[in-house]
Design a protein around this ligand. Sequence first.
Ligand code: GAR
Length: 197
Amino acid sequence: MSKTRVAVLVSGGGTNLQALIDYEKSNNANYEIVIVISNNKQAYALQRAKQNEIETAVISRKDLQISQKEWEEKIINKLEEKNIELIVLAGFMSILSEKFTSKYPNKIVNVHPSLIPAFCGKGYYGLKVHEEVLKAGVKVTGATVHFVNEIPDGGKIIAQKAVEVKENDTPETLQKRVMEEAEWKILPEAVNEICKK
Ligand code: GAR
């Protein structure tokens, strides 16, 4: 069976990208990461891709000084050039417009570091999510993998995993636990399952 051709979109450290790479290598995965696209040329995720001989592209709206529409068109051109069948947002910190998301219904997957619908939507990303979780004093948080539509963090939920919040957590210790116990597991498993179909 041929493997589903996946593009991973990143902005930062790329530990979720690493989890996808490691899963692909150690399992007979149903997917193949064909390209890693970053909106930030400094993203360490690009080094991770290169170390694993995966093609990379940097498409930065800021560097290119282009509109959202032009930026999205450049990404679409790259996805089409590579015959991409599934797009995975793994720590991708830009919001894609409805014009983009409506082109790929049920073909874009995102990982979010909370139990949606809590602590999500516009302004909730990265460490900020964990800061808000600690401020609210909730005892359980987690991660969610979902399809991406025009509503930020509002698409159909695919997988979730709960993680305990501990008494003396800082945003950093909580982020690490959520990644280790939830994100790095449910993201590759969910992507693999989707790519089976
Ligand atoms: C991850 O925790 C991811 O869930 C989150 O940013 C971090 C990226 O880490 N994404 C969002 O907040 C998106 N709204 P990584 O670059 O090491 O994968």
